[in-house]
Each structure stands twice: as C-alpha cells, then as structure tokens.
Write a protein that binds this ligand. Structure first.
Ligand SMILES: *[C@@H]1O[C@H](CO)[C@@H](O)[C@H](O)[C@H]1NC(C)=O
Ligand SMILES: *[C@@H]1O[C@H](CO)[C@@H](O)[C@H](O)[C@H]1NC(C)=O
Ligand SMILES: *[C@@H]1O[C@H](CO)[C@@H](O)[C@H](O)[C@H]1NC(C)=O
Length: 423
C-alpha cells in the first residue's frame, strides 16, 4: 500500500527525535480531573467532587479495582486549583493543606502503591488559568525539583498569563529542568494551543523534541458540538498534525468525556473510535464511581484500546469526506493490519454506505474484518468485494482489518489486548 509506506517513513523520521525520557511510547492513558471537576474547591458543600485528595484517592481506587489499570489507564492526573495562592517561604509551590491534608507526596505514594502514576498541573506564566501561582521563567527549576521530589510522574504545563516570548523560552526550559531532576516525568505542553496550533508560529519538530504530548487546540466541553469542533480542526489540519505524532510524542485533542452528560451512546462510541484513530492520549474526565455500564464497556473496549495503543504509533487520518455527511478514517497498524472507521454526521437515520477496500486504497488480496463495537468477526472480504455498512446518526462503524493470510497478533502490546480474531 503506497500510502502506508509514506506515512511509515514520516513517522520514523520524527520519532527518532522524540523527547528522550523513555516515556509514552504509546499514547498515555488515565484519568484527568479538569473537564468534569473544573475548579470546584467547595469541599464544605461538595466534599465528594471538590478538588481534594479524596477525589484523587477515590479515582485511584476505581482505576485499581475496576480493571482500568490492566487496560493501560494508569495515570491519575490533578489539574488546576490544587495549590495554595501563595508559595512557601522557600519559594516552592504548596498544595492547599485544607483540601490535601496529607500532602502530595502522600498521595503519590497512595497512587504508586496501586501501580498507578500521578500527574500534576502547572502553568507557564504569572498565574494559572484559574488564578493560582504560575511558573515564571525564574521558578521553572524549583518547580521541576519540587514535582520530582514529590514523586510526580507527569506534568501538564498550561500557558495562561504568559506571552509568546516567554513561552518560547519557558517550554524548552521546563523540559530541560524535568530531565535534570533525574526522574522520568511525562511532559504535556499546552504551548501550541496558545499559538494557534499551526506553523509558522508552532514548530512541531521542536515540540516532538521537548514534549511527550501537546494540546494543539481549545478545551473540550461535555457536548457533541465540542467534539465535532475539535474533530473538524484536527482533520482540516491533518497534513500538518499527522506527521508530528509518533512514539513518545502525541497530538492531544483533549479528554474523553464518555460517561458524562453530553454524549449519547452512539456519540460516545464515536469519540472512542476517533481518539483511537487519531492516536490520541486517552484521559477520561468522568466519575468512575458512578459510571454506567454502557460508557464503561466503550471505554474498556479492548480492540479500540489496542488500535489506540498500536506500537507503530502512526496517527490515522481522514481519507474521505462525502458531501452527504459520511466520512471514512484510516489508521495503519502493526502486522500489516489497519483500522477503518466509517463516521456519520447525519441526523436522519442509519445510512447504508456502500464501498470496497479497493476504493479505500487497499492492495489486492483477501482481508479479514473484525467489528470493534459489535465485538464480532465479519466474513472475509476480497479487496474488490463491495460491501455496505450501516452507520447510525452521529455514530461510527469501526473495523480492525488484517490480511487473511496472516494471523494478526498484538504481540508488542500489553498482553491483555487480545487478538480480535481469537476472541
Ligand atoms: C535526560 O536526557 C538524556 C539525554 O537526552 C537521557 O538519556 C535521559 O534518559 C534523560 N533523563 C530523564 C530522567 O528524562
Ligand atoms: C512578555 O512578558 C514578559 C514578562 O513575563 C515581559 O518582560 C516581556 O516584555 C513581554 N514581551 C513582550 C513581547 O510582550
Ligand atoms: C524547528 O525546530 C527544529 C528543531 O529544534 C529546528 O531545527 C528548526 O530550524 C525549526 N524550524 C523553524 C522553521 O524554525
């Protein structure tokens, strides 16, 4: 397949320059507080949902006890509003002692004892977006040292209250400072989102060298409109974004809102499938304590996760945009397999889309197909075989496709990611 070869080379040429901290060779997975819990600091009246150690311990318990960790969801990440409004006498950031009475190092131990990793949030600038102390150029080193000493495993560095000049200096400096701590700390940079996400203001080669992941675009909200808005931007600029991704360096379209309030089941499957195709970090922002079984099944779909976590780390792309609201996405995977996704933006009724693998640029041959959300094998296809997929409004059909001759295996992935053809 011509296209595979080209993308393959691109991916390797960028991956060779990835940030050398040994982390995030596949997109990071876990849980992040922001979208669902924002800056709720009212622990007196909302003790279960406020930003406090109770919330992060609860979510760590759920990741550990409910099968998430084994699937790869290992990060438990704090976002804004964890700190006191003042640094301590030594100029260090400090957690609010009322909401984190046992302190962040204690929370890190709690998380590590359960085989999980702890992420924290900082902001390059005078203040964080919610008005807590920011990390200015002169406090980068002390903050990196503080996080490392606390046992932090990942830092999201936001960019409120700084200008382009400070960001150009600060984001690379933090990368150096994290490295200098000697502790491997995954580094999420919001830098491109503050610079419009596109060249010439954004240099994706440089980002790949200093960050493990980066937010390119605005914050996700709990709505289908928000997901479509993000998707449109990422696909419109896929020729720029797709080659920037690879092992250790990922575009981040923001959190999964599956299990919250804004998405139907169809739309929830769509977000999972789109994020898998885009090789996006999978950070859930939901309430794992009360998650319904439908959302859980989608978020724990093993083949969708295996597609997201494919070791080649090649981001997928949109192949076809039909004028009538049907789109086809494709992602090459290891062992000559691939993921195909048929997506409907329609709002009327299930659409019967007719095509063939040949039309979608597959090389001549026989293929076997596994339907990711139906969780069943479909009869084998020749490249020339015409087939029809029925795509529900705002829904997807996602296929795992492999040459019929080879038995595909997710050998390099977490052993729990099963070969769909053996299930
Ligand atoms: C720091 O960078 C060096 C060189 O790129 C690398 O070998 C090392 O593993 C890095 N250490 C950490 C803790 O990230
Ligand atoms: C950017 O902000 C810094 C303060 O953090 C200031 O010293 C500098 O003059 C600003 N640069 C521009 C171009 O606005
Ligand atoms: C982008 O960054 C890379 C790596 O630091 C550098 O070699 C290149 O010159 C930069 N490109 C532009 C257009 O500044």
């Amino acid at each position: 397949m011509q296209r595979t070869a080209v993308i393959f080379l691109l991916a390797f040429s960028t991956a060779a320059q990835a940030l050398d901290n040994g982390l995030m060779k596949t997109p990071p997975m876990g849980w992040l507080a922001w979208e669902r819990y924002r800056c709720d600091i009212d622990c007196d009246n909302d003790p279960k949902n406020c930003i406090s150690e109770v919330l992060f311990r609860d979510m760590a318990d759920r990741l550990y006890e409910d099968g998430w960790r084994e699937l790869g969801y290992v990060y438990i990440n704090i976002d804004d509003c964890w700190a006191l409004k003042k640094r301590d006498a030594q100029g260090r950031l400090q957690a609010d002692p009322k909401r984190f009475p046992r302190g962040i190092p204690n929370l890190a131990r709690y998380v590590h004892d359960r085989g999980l990793k702890l992420g924290i949030y900082g902001d390059l600038g005078t203040y964080t977006c919610a008005g807590y102390p920011g990390t200015t150029l002169d406090t980068i080193e002390i903050d990196a040292q503080t996080f490392a000493k606390w046992g932090i495993d990942m830092l999201k560095l936001d960019g409120c209250y700084s200008n382009a000049t400070d960001q150009e200096q600060g984001y690379p400096l933090m990368s150096k400072a994290l490295n200098a701590t000697g502790r491997p700390i995954g580094y999420s940079c919001s830098w491109p989102a503050y610079q419009g996400g596109l060249p010439p203001k954004v240099n994706y080669t440089l980002l790949g060298e200093i960050c493990n992941l980066w937010r390119n675009y605005g914050d996700i909200e709990d709505s289908w409109e928000s997901i479509l808005n993000i998707l449109d931007w990422f696909t419109e600029h896929q020729d720029i974004l797709q080659p920037a991704a690879g092992p250790g360096q990922w575009n981040d379209p923001d959190m999964l809102v599956i299990g919250d309030f804004g998405l139907s089941m169809e739309q929830s499957r769509s977000q999972m499938a789109l994020w898998a195709i885009m090789a996006a970090p999978l950070f859930m922002s939901n309430d794992l304590r009360t998650l319904n079984s439908g959302a859980r099944a989608i978020l724990q779909n093993k083949v969708a996760i295996a597609i997201n976590q494919d070791p080649l780390g090649i981001q997928g792309r949109r192949l076809i945009k039909e004028s009538y609201g049907i789109e086809v996405f494709w992602r090459p995977l290891s062992n000559k397999a691939s993921a195909l996704m048929f997506f409907s933006r329609r709002t009327d009724m299930p659409y019967r889309y007719k095509t063939s693998l040949k039309v979608l640029d597959y090389t001549p041959g026989s293929y076997k197909v596994y339907d990711v959300f139906m969780e069943k094998r479909i009869s084998s296809l020749k490249d020339t075989t015409e087939f029809v997929v029925s795509i529900n409004p705002s829904g997807v059909v996602m296929w795992y496709v492999a040459p019929a001759a080879d038995r595909p295996k997710f050998r390099h992935v977490n052993t729990n990611h099963g070969d769909p053809f053996l299930m």
